[in-house]
Structures are given as structure tokens and as C-alpha cells.
Design a binder for this molecule. Sequence first.
Ligand SMILES: Cc1cc2nc3c(=O)[nH]c(=O)nc-3n(C[C@H](O)[C@H](O)[C@H](O)COP(=O)(O)O)c2cc1C
Ligand code: SF4
Ligand code: SF4
Length: 442
Amino acid sequence: MTDLSINFAGIKAPNPFWLASAPPTNSGYQIMKAFEAGWGGAVWKTLGVPVVNVSSRYGGLNYRDTRMAGFTNIELITDRTLADNLREMEEVKKYFPNHAVIASLMVESRKEWQQIIKDVENAGADGIELNFGCPHGMCERGMGSAVGQEPAVLKTIVEWVMEAATVPVITKLTPNISDIEDPGLAAVQGGTNAISLINTIKSIIGIDLDTFSPLPAVDGKGTNGGYCGPAVKPIALNMVRQLAQHPEIAGTPISGIGGIETWRDVVEYILLGCTSVQVCTAVMHYGFGIVREMESGLRQFMEDRGFQTIYDFAGKALPNVVEWKDLNLKHKVVASINADKCIGCQLCYIACEDGAHQAIALPQNGQTRVPEIIDENCVGCNLCSLVCPVEECITMEKRDSGKEQLTWDELVAADAAPVAFNDPRAGGNGHYVPEPVKALNK
Ligand SMILES: Cc1cc2nc3c(=O)[nH]c(=O)nc-3n(C[C@H](O)[C@H](O)[C@H](O)COP(=O)(O)O)c2cc1C
Ligand code: SF4
Ligand code: SF4
């Protein structure tokens, strides 16, 4: 039987599925409902001096038929009093002593930090998360991402927190920074017990074409919001792996956040080194019930591969994330069309013809609409297989012997890399390129 339980920097939970600090964790009612549904932990909506919010507050990026492929908000931290939140936190812990309740905090002075830490510890919080990420509103007041973008300030505040905290501390980072390693390292140097990322990405999700107001609109005006949801997952995954591979950060537990919706997303984050994950947008979209699919899918994945615990596969993908210069230049793949699956839409032809390497030919005999790959022109870029609407219809076939290995560094060391603008050793030399005038003869 697989065991999904975790011990995340000392915070124990029955599984790695946590709710991120956000509207789904605004109240004890919601968190109790979520725990009943199967979530193993919850990071309470950020506590501090309560705010006044605007309406409206959210915006969605719909892509074709998909609603909320991206999501944005201009909401601030909790607008409820600390006393109400603490009372409900205490009640949740009474009902769910073995679930993880983490208090997200955002205040200004050392005195306030140390006071609120005592308050949430007294209410039974199992851990604390420092919100150094909010990229709108709070940063204008010198908090949130204003701290996350200044590693020295971040480190100082983590140190204040560590002086006072007796429960584990998670530092939540903003992605609105050129190199995530800088705040990651500052958090570790400040003594944090764990890191979580990402908070939302500073963005404008759209403009109303009638009113010319940014969205979401507040009485005809808007401001930059925080972007999240499925669209941000690739950015978050890369930042997570950067920290997990950093020699001075590796070993610090990481809670992965950003665009998580299914068990597959969860597994990807764990493979890159996370040992808990947090979810916001997917719950706002589909409700707490999505955890059931996450749990059954994760269990099945682990059973299929013989993993007993999360720790058996956490970080397993990290050795495969290398620098570009370490990739094998001798590896070669070529596209191949399965004529039995092809529906003749010819999207692959258009993509390769206009957007890649003119390596797909249309049938000329009028008998079929199945295009043909011109092997010698194909550079194995993948574009046609990504465009093809039929699963597994275009696959990439390996064409190298598998015996040769040559990296960019080795090419340079062997004095075989191009060094001048017109160097005949250019990688594309010899590749098929039609004469320009041929474009007019179609
Ligand atoms: C409406 C909304 C409110 C949020 N409020 C907070 C907050 O109070 N504190 C915090 O640390 N993060 C907050 N976040 C950020 C989320 O916790 C999370 O980091 C982010 O949404 C990425 O996860 P997702 O792609 O699953 O939504 C908020 C996000 C949204 C959409
Ligand atoms: S995109 Fe796929 S289905 Fe469409 S013609 Fe090409 S191979 Fe066939
Ligand atoms: S892999 Fe790239 S170059 Fe090859 S056929 Fe497909 S789109 Fe064209």
C-alpha cells in the first residue's frame, strides 16, 4: 500500500495536497470542507492588518474553448479581522489535529512579525508561511513582492521571524525577479526551514476594447494583477528546479505552486524536487473535489512504479535537467506520419512549410490527403507533431545509432564549432532551403 503522508520540514500531513493561501482558504468553514474532501493541508489566506478590497477583482484568460487557461487577481490579503481568523484556526485544529494548517503572514515591522507569529502559534498553526510574493497593492505599501524582490530585506525579515517562531517557517517567493536563486539563497541564509513558490506573476490580462480599461475593471480603471493558473506552470516548474539544483538551497524542502490541476501536475512538481504542492486557481475553478482525482492518480502512478512514499521519487527528474551545452548534438529524430491515423487535415504541412523547414510534401495523386515527410529535409524540430490534432499520428523516430555523443563543449574543444559569421561549419549548412523566388511560383 502506498503511503502519501509527508513530513515537510517538520510539518506533518496525511498527503502532499495543500491549498495555497488564497480565497479557498479564507475561512475555517472552507478549510474544514476541504479537509473533509481529502486535502492534507491548507495555507490560510494571508493574515495581517486587514485590508479593504475592490470589486471586481478577477480576470480570466480564455484560450479558444478553454476558460481560465490563465487567471489574474488584484485582491489583497485577508479583509477579515485577526481575531476571527484565529478563532476559526483554533477550531479547525480541534477537528483536524493531523492535518497541516499553515498561517500565511504579511506584516511590516519586526514587532508586528513577532507578535503575529505568537498569535498564530497560540491558535495551533503547524507552520508559518511568509508572503513575500503579492505583486499588487501590498507591494505599493512596502510588503509582499517588494520584499521578495530585495534579497537583503527578505533575509533580514526571515531572521526576525526565526528569532520568534517555534513552528517551521516556509518562505514564499515571488517570480517577479530576474533570478529566483537570489531570494531563494537569501531565505536559506536567513534560516528558513522551507521554501514555497511561485506566487503570482505581475501582469495585465487584457484591455476592454470599448472602455479601454485594463481588466479586471474597477470603475473604468485597472491595475496590474497577479497571473496564475495552468498558463504559469512551466515558469513555476523551472524556478522550482533552479532552487532544487542549487548547491546551497538543495535539501531545503520545497512546496511547489503554480497551475496545478491534475495528478500529473503534482507528479511533475515532485519529480523536480517538491515534497508538497499547493493549489489555488484549479480549486477556484472546479472546487475542492479535484483532490479525489489527484489522490487516485498519484497512488496509481506510485503503485505502477513500485514507489512506496513520495520521497522515493522526489527529485528523480533533476539529474536530467542539464545545461544546453551538455545536450547530445549527435541525437537525431525525424518525423513520421502514421497514415492509418491521419485525417488529412494538412495542418502539419502548413506548419512545416511556413513555420519550419519545408520538409512535408502534399500528395499529388488526388487519391489521398495524407502528407509525406521528406526525410532529408526534416530537422526533427517536433512542430508538426505538436500541431497534429490526432494523438500519436505524428511521432518522432530516432535515426542516430545511439553510439555517438558530442556536446557543444566537446565541439568547441575539438575546434569544430563555428566561430565566424560565414563559417562553413554552421549547423544548418547542407540543410535544404528553397530559393526565395520559389515562393512566388506556388
Ligand atoms: C484571488 C487570489 C488571491 C490570492 N491571495 C493570496 C494571498 O493572500 N497570499 C498568498 O500568499 N498568495 C495568494 N495568492 C497566490 C496563490 O496562493 C498562488 O501562489 C498562485 O495563485 C499560484 O497558484 P495557482 O496557479 O494554483 O493559482 C492568491 C491568488 C489568487 C488567484
Ligand atoms: S496534421 Fe496529422 S492528421 Fe493532419 S494531415 Fe498532418 S499527419 Fe494527418
Ligand atoms: S519535425 Fe519539423 S522539420 Fe520535420 S517535418 Fe516536422 S515540422 Fe518539418
